[in-house]
Design a protein around this ligand. Structure first.
Ligand SMILES: [Zn+2]
Ligand SMILES: [Zn+2]
Length: 59
C-alpha cells in the first residue's frame, strides 16, 4: 500500500502519467506532456500538488 490516498494509484485505467498528490508515476505508458504556463496555476487551484501531465511540483 502507498501512503498516498489518491485514487490514481489503484484505478486500473489511469489516464494520467503522474499522481497529482505525490508526483509519482502511476501510468508509465502515458507520455509526458509539455504543459503551458496557464495549466499549472489552474491545477494548483484544484488542490493538486503536482502536475499529472509533466510531474512538476506546483506548490
Ligand atoms: Zn500519489
Ligand atoms: Zn505540467
Amino acid at each position: 500500500m502507498t501512503a498516498c490516498s489518491n485514487c490514481n494509484h489503484w484505478k486500473l485505467n489511469v489516464t494520467v502519467r503522474f499522481c497529482s498528490m505525490c508526483g509519482k508515476i502511476v501510468n508509465e505508458n502515458i507520455p509526458i506532456k509539455r504543459c503551458t504556463e496557464e495549466e499549472h496555476p489552474k491545477m494548483l487551484r484544484e488542490r493538486n500538488m503536482y502536475c499529472a501531465d509533466c510531474g512538476k511540483q506546483l506548490g
